[in-house]
Ligand binder design. Sequence first.
Ligand code: KIV
Length: 295
Amino acid sequence: MTDHPPSSGPRTPRYASSPDPRSKEVTVPRLLTMKAAGERIAAVTAYDYTFARMLDEAGADILLVGDSLGMVVQGHASTLPVTLDDVLYHCRAVARGRQRAHLVGDMPFMSWQISEGEALRNAGRFLSEGGMHAVKLEGGKSAAPTIKRLVDAGIPVMGHVGLMPQRVHAMGGFRVQGRTDNTAAQIREDAHSVVQAGAYSVVLEGVPAELAKDLSQELSVPTIGIGAGPDTDGQVLVSYDLLGLTPELRPKFVKRYAELYDAGRKATQRYIEEVRSGVFPTSEHSFRRAASPKE
Ligand code: KIV
């Protein structure tokens, strides 16, 4: 029987025998190859279809649907109020805008800690309902058994150690972690544990650059830094920060590549002025009656 290709569906062959090195799509094996080849990985957060399109088209390797959406999209003071359904809603929108990037969905507070079974069920929803390729989970050594359970079920897991924003109250604020020998040793143990459990990459957030450099050399999987200096295998930034959409936030680790909040405010002010003064709309923006009654 001839196996006719479906008229719509995956653009890559369904039964490729090995990952195609020429494939433009960023996959887990491709990310591991990038580390081995010393190619730096550029990751960025995305929360909706239009941004996903724009960031993917710009060439981002990873789009992370981060629970940072609680702060930049929903306006909360922390990521703690974000629910699983909130993140899945944003995952679906991002997946529709993606062509090439590897998609990672962030497991929100309490979506994996209660039991391994619940973690597995919730992580599975990111792939089956959210259109994600992997999940990210904030947690070190104590999260390792759960990570192993997800990986054994075929769910790629990105670890996240160092500053873990879901532990903001335990940490006493969003503070750089691992500045002393003891805390650095704890982070090292966390990072190695999650990799041993099967994580295919690890976010290192808010840690001294020297520690991040050492870990990037020690670990077999790509490290993705944020506030972790220049020597990680990749970097991630919250898209709203790098585009200048969070005017009141200027943390040291963020570089702003645009000032879109200012640009948007100024453009909207011009629109308001033109509506009020009658400059907009003109005939250029208006429709006319049909020339003949048939049209
Ligand atoms: O939620 C998020 O956006 C993140 C990244 C900043 C790493 O976890």
